[in-house]
Design a protein around this ligand. Structure first.
Ligand SMILES: NC(=O)c1ccc[n+]([C@@H]2O[C@H](COP(=O)([O-])OP(=O)(O)OC[C@H]3O[C@@H](n4cnc5c(N)ncnc54)[C@H](OP(=O)(O)O)[C@@H]3O)[C@@H](O)[C@H]2O)c1
Length: 370
C-alpha cells in the first residue's frame, strides 16, 4: 500500500497494558504488558476513555458461551472484556486513515489496540483482522468522529456509556411494538435501575405503554425519581403486581425471580424476554414455567428486520431521533464518574462486578494515568 500524507513511517513497538480477567473467576484480574507494533495496512490506537457497566460484566459471564473472548484474544486462561469508548490513531500504516484521527467503537480494556481498517468510508470502517470477521458485524464498526453524524464533542461520555445500551433498548421496545405487545397491557422490567432497562422504560412511556420496574430495595427510590416507570416494586413484591396481560423483560437473569414472575402471572404472561444477567451470581436454569416460554432477545435479528422494512437510512434516522430524545432526559439522573490509571480501573471494575455502585453512576475509565 503506498504511503500518503498523514501516514507515519516509524515502526517502533510501544508497550501496551491490558486489564485482564481470569476466565474461570472474574474476580481475579491482572495488568498485562506486551509490545504492540503497527504492521502495514494497520493503525495503532491509544484508547483514551471507555465506559464500564453491568453489560460489560455480562460479556465476561458469557465470554465462552457467546464468543466475547474472541474479539480481543489474551494469553491462555485470561480474557479481555470488551468495552465501548474513544481512541486516537497514534500511528497509521493505512493510506486512508491519518494519525491524529479520533474513533468511537469497541475496544479491549487496554491502553492501546491495533486495527486493520477495511471497508473504509468517510464516516466509518470495519476492523478487517481475520479472527474478528466471523463475529457479529455491529462489534466491528469504528466511527470516524470527524464525519460521524451522531458525534457530539460535548457529550462523548454519554455516547460511550449509553449509546450501545440504548440501541438495544430501542430494538427491544421496537420488537414489542412490532408484535403489538403480544396482546399485553403492561411491560414488567427486571433490574429496572439498569441503564438498558431505563432506556426501554423511557420509550414505553413515550408510546403510552405502562411500564413496571422490579428492582432491589436500595434502588427503588432511584427508579421512582427517574420518572420513566408507572410503578416500581422490589423483587420480593412480585405477588403484589396486577395480574393483567403482561410482557416480562428480564435484564437480571435471576433464576428465582424468573420463577416467581412466571408463577405469579401464569397464562397472563404473554411474552418473556431474556435480555441480560445483571444478577449473574444468581443464575439458575428453570424448567416447565407457566406462561409464555422465555425467549432470548437477539438484538441483531430485529435490527436486520427493520433495516429491510425501513432501509438502512430509514433505520438510522429512526434510531437517531430516539437517541436525540433520550439523551437529554438522562441529565436529570446520570452522574458521570471518571477514574484513571490501573488501580482505579481495577477498583471500579470490582464495584461494577459486585453491583455495589449506585445506579445513577456511570463510570468512564482510562488505563492511562491521570
Ligand atoms: N443482549 C444484548 O444485546 C444486551 C445489550 C445491552 C445490555 N444487555 C444486558 O442488560 C443488562 C443491563 O446492563 P446495563 O449495562 O444497562 O447495566 P447497569 O446500568 O450497569 O445496571 C446496574 C444495575 O444492575 C443490577 N446489578 C448490577 N450488578 C449486580 C450484581 N452483581 N448483583 C445484583 N445486581 C446487580 C442493579 O440493578 P437492580 O438493583 O435494579 O437489579 C444495578 O443497579 C446486562 O445484563 C446486559 O448484559 C444486553
Amino acid at each position: 500500500m503506498p504511503a500518503s500524507a498523514g501516514m507515519t513511517k516509524d515502526t517502533m513497538a510501544i508497550e501496551s497494558h491490558s486489564f485482564e480477567v481470569d476466565r474461570k473467576d472474574l474476580r481475579v484480574t491482572r495488568l498485562h504488558a506486551e509490545p504492540l507494533a503497527c504492521p502495514e495496512g494497520s493503525v495503532l490506537c491509544r484508547i483514551d476513555r471507555f465506559a464500564l457497566t453491568a453489560n460489560n460484566i455480562t460479556y465476561g459471564v458469557f465470554g465462552d458461551a457467546m464468543a466475547y473472548w474472541k474479539f480481543f484474544p489474551a494469553p491462555e486462561g485470561w480474557g479481555r472484556i470488551p468495552v465501548w469508548g474513544f481512541a486516537e490513531v497514534v500511528e497509521s500504516k493505512h493510506a486512508a486513515i491519518k494519525a491524529g484521527e479520533r474513533l468511537y467503537g469497541y475496544w479491549p480494556m487496554a491502553t492501546h489496540a491495533v486495527l486493520q481498517p477495511d471497508r473504509v468510508t468517510d464516516t466509518q470502517f470495519m476492523d478487517g483482522v481475520a479472527y474478528r470477521r466471523p463475529l457479529p458485524t455491529p462489534y466491528q464498526v469504528y466511527m470516524r468522529l470527524a464525519r460521524d453524524p451522531l458525534h457530539d464533542p460535548q457529550r462523548e461520555d454519554h455516547r460511550a456509556l449509553l449509546h450501545p445500551l440504548f440501541f438495544t433498548s430501542w430494538l427491544i421496545e421496537d420488537f414489542l411494538a412490532d408484535n403489538a405487545l403480544f396482546g399485553a397491557q403492561q411491560v414488567v422490567l427486571a433490574s429496572a435501575s439498569s441503564k438498558t432497562a431505563l432506556g426501554v422504560a423511557f420509550l414505553l412511556k413515550q408510546h403510552g405503554v405502562r411500564a413496571v420496574g422490579l428492582t432491589s430495595p436500595g434502588n427503588k427510590p432511584f427508579c421512582e425519581q427517574v420518572g420513566y416507570y408507572d410503578e416500581v416494586r422490589t423483587y420480593d413484591e412480585v405477588t403484589a403486581l396486577e395480574r393483567a396481560p403482561t410482557v416480562f423483560v428480564d435484564m437480571a437473569g435471576d433464576g428465582k425471580l424468573l420463577h416467581a414472575v412466571h408463577h405469579h402471572f401464569g397464562e397472563q404472561l404473554k411474552y418473556s424476554c431474556i435480555v441480560g444477567a445483571t444478577h449473574w451470581q444468581q443464575r439458575a436454569t428453570q424448567h416447565d414455567l407457566p406462561g409464555a416460554k422465555p425467549q432470548f432477545f437477539f438484538a441483531p435479528t430485529q435490527a436486520v428486520k427493520r433495516q429491510k422494512d425501513w432501509g438502512p437510512a430509514g433505520f438510522f434516522t429512526r434510531f437517531a431521533e430516539a437517541w436525540r430524545a433520550f439523551r437529554p432526559s438522562v441529565e436529570g439522573w446520570l452522574e458521570v464518574r471518571v477514574a484513571t490509571g490501573p488501580d482505579a480501573v481495577a477498583a471500579t471494575y470490582r464495584e461494577v462486578l459486585e453491583g455495589r455502585q449506585p445506579p445513577r453512576l456511570g463510570h468512564l475509565l482510562s488505563l492511562h494515568a491521570g
